[in-house]
Design a protein around this ligand. Structure first.
Ligand code: R5P
Length: 287
């Protein structure tokens, strides 16, 4: 039973913060939980976004967890998007399994449970353990589909995913997924592997299509998927994802390529049209 809700400034667009996060002149983080005396021995829900500026957001989480542990609080971290979640596998020898590193850090600093949404490495909804960390992975899939239907004014939409990883998001809607091929790491200072192709083995001709993914980052996946279904003769094409980063000009490119793009507000962006706060709050209440 959660007694206290702690809100970090990273949630200030959705709730009134009651934690202070500032910087010292040298750039070190200063964190203060004003209501710490009310947290003594209590079950606490800590609402804190871990993106953007993920590395400092993670360090701030450790600072808050350490402070709360000192007063015996049991903390559920509510972080709608988990950074590093795509680094759950290695491609080259010696690469870091950063998804496990993140979970280990959260666990060792005293997190009882994480509540998150459409976490990339879990690929299913529900309560589970990953790297010994308890996670309640919620899904925004149904909210996104409802929103797409309203936006297009269409009851019938074929809901598909651009790759196999997001197939759980479309399983309630017929479960059609395309398959994606990524290339090698590009020879650059950035660790990026471009999307070479997205292939499809089902018909889309004359259909209205919603392409649903857990996230849109550089937009490479969605752009290839839109191109593919347009070539296949789809009528209206709309794309949606739980988490939208829209690196560089990818939002503009996607808007130009299809009939609509939107995400939830797990990450703030210009097309964050679906509110995830009620979903997060109801998950915390049920604890
Ligand atoms: C990875 O498989 C994810 O589900 C997304 O498809 C991917 O992360 C999107 O990244 P990008 O927008 O850079 O193609």
């Amino acid at each position: 039973m959660i007694i206290m809700q702690l809100i970090s400034p990273t949630f200030s667009d959705l709730m009134e913060p009651n934690i202070e996060i500032k910087l010292f002149p040298d750039g070190d983080s200063y964190v203060r939980i004003n209501d710490i005396s009310k947290c003594q021995g209590e079950d606490v829900a800590l609402f804190h976004r871990l993106y953007p500026k993920q590395n400092s957001a993670i360090f701030n989480t450790a600072q808050m967890l350490h402070t709360l542990k000192r007063v015996g609080a049991r903390v559920t971290v509510v972080a709608p998007y988990l950074p590093y979640a795509r680094q759950d596998k290695t491609f080259l020898m010696g690469e870091s399994l950063s998804a496990q590193v993140l979970c280990k850090l959260l666990r060792e600093f005293g997190t009882i449970k994480v509540v998150t949404i459409d976490c990339h490495f879990l690929k299913k909804e529900g309560e589970m353990e990953y790297s010994k960390l308890k996670i309640n992975n919620l899904s925004a899939g149904r909210l996104l589909v409802e929103h797409a239907r309203k936006k297009l004014g269409l009851e019938h939409l074929e809901v598909i995913s651009p790759d196999q990883g997001a197939s759980y998001l479309v399983s309630d809607y017929g479960g059609k997924s395309m398959s994606k091929v990524r290339g090698e790491y590009e020879n650059s200072v950035e660790a990026s592997r471009s999307v070479e192709s997205v292939e499809r083995e089902f018909e889309v001709k004359d259909k209205n299509i919603l392409i649903l993914d857990d996230m849109i980052s550089t937009g490479g996946t969605m752009l290839k998927a839109v191109e593919n279904v347009k070539k296949g003769g789809a009528q209206k094409v709309i794309c949606a994802a739980t988490h939208g980063f829209f690196i560089n000009d990818s939002l503009k490119k996607l808007k130009d390529a299809c009939d609509g793009v939107f995400t939830t507000n797990s990450i703030q962006n210009d097309v964050a049209e679906v509110d995830i706060l009620p979903l997060l709050k109801s998950a915390v209440k049920k604890d």
